[in-house]
Design a binder for this molecule. Structure first.
Ligand code: NAD
Ligand code: SER
Length: 315
């Protein structure tokens, strides 16, 4: 693992994960790519490539030009946007993924990492302490693409020896880049609303309980899996990873410990139906046993740190 290409590097996770790669492996070894322009010049210290993940030739050119041996593909359409445009979700999440997989095999890359999601689960899954291996019949196009992505990763690992890795991220909470059209976005929006307006209208219902992870833990988990010894891994792209679980009501109570006048009301929309069939919590014993996963951030510390970081922005 000497030269990493991060596709989708301008998104919520990419914009922070790439900085962690820079710190760990050196900017000169991290090539960043996105379909969008780096308007804020956050990657002034990296080579930036404008790449559409659905355009195999542009990925191939970057692999050759920079002698890439590892690809992290973060380009995706998330759950809420995917329900509005399922064809686009399939195109980017599956056609794009297949481009990365095929090139990974062709150029014998060391490894390919592509995130999965708690969206792989659905109405027939056990939704509390959800096991890693269970019924996977999601009811969103995003979830369908994530199940297919996991299966493709597993298939090409067995068939072609491609070292494919991925975590089923819970909802990711962060304060650098806003989330890109998911069902768990409320758990970021709420902090900005609390600091700016002291009130928030939530698009889920008060009892929608979902697993969440704070960005520092998300990055740590990703680096741990990326660097794990393949011989110790029994899975490819489907690791459950847990950190904390809460409902909007519990999160609002925690925010009120810092902002007593904060109020929340509820106007649930189609995203409530998506959240309804996602797990409340996940069993991440495989990640713990195979690559030593253990979360460090709970709701109490996450809320305190999010409010501190957003207040410092002076919005
Ligand atoms: P995001 O929407 O914030 O970022 C996606 C990035 O991909 C954007 O910068 C976008 O410009 C880029 N992109 C979109 N189409 C592209 C294309 N055709 N070619 C190249 N780049 C393109 O997403 P994110 O939250 O950073 O998610 C990254 C990965 O993690 C995705 O696979 C997502 O499914 C997964 N995930 C995220 C969460 C979460 O809560 N953020 C939870 C579970 C899984
Ligand atoms: N945060 C993501 C979403 O809500 C979960 O994969 O779509």
């Amino acid at each position: 693992m000497e030269k990493i290409l991060v596709i989708g590097a301008l998104g919520q996770i990419g914009s922070e994960l790439t900085m962690a790669f820079n710190e760990k492996y050196g900017n000169e070894n991290v090539i960043v790519a996105d379909i969008a322009e780096d308007k804020n010049n956050i990657y002034a210290g990296n080579v930036f490539e404008k790449i559409d993940v659905t355009d195999s030739a542009s990925i191939e050119a970057a692999i050759k030009r920079h002698r890439i041996d590892t690809i992290i593909n973060l380009a995706a359409i998330l759950s809420a946007t995917g329900e509005k445009n399922p064809d686009l979700a399939w195109k980017i999440n599956i056609d794009g993924l297949l481009n990365v997989i095929r090139l990974g095999i062709k150029y014998k890359l060391d490894r390919v990492m592509v995130p999965s999601s708690i969206a792989v689960f659905g109405p027939q899954s056990v939704l509390y302490n959800t096991p890693q291996e269970t019924v996977l019949v999601p009811n969103t196009m995003y979830g369908v693409t994530k199940v297919v992505g996991e299966l493709l990763g597993d298939y090409y690992f067995k068939k072609s020896g491609l070292d494919f890795r991925g975590i089923r991220y819970p909802g990711v909470i962060s304060n650098k880049t806003m989330p890109g059209g998911g069902t768990t976005d409320y758990a970021v929006e709420i902090f900005y609303a609390a600091v700016k307006h002291k009130k928030y209208t939530c698009f889920l219902s008060p009892e929608s309980c979902l697993p969440m992870i704070y960005m520092p833990d998300c990055i740590r988990a990703t680096l741990m899996l990326l660097e794990a010894d393949r011989s110790k891994l029994r899975h490819c792209g489907n690791y459950n990873v847990g950190a904390m679980s809460f409902t909007p009501e519990i999160l609002a109570d925690e925010i009120r410990k810092h902002i007593p006048e904060f109020t929340i009301d509820y106007r649930p929309d189609f995203r409530r139906e998506i959240a309804r069939y996602w797990p409340a919590s996940v069993d991440d014993s495989s990640a713990r046993a195979e690559w030593g996963w253990k979360p460090e951030w709970d709701i109490e510390h996450t809320v305190a740190d999010m409010l501190r970081a957003i207040r410092e922005k002076n919005l």
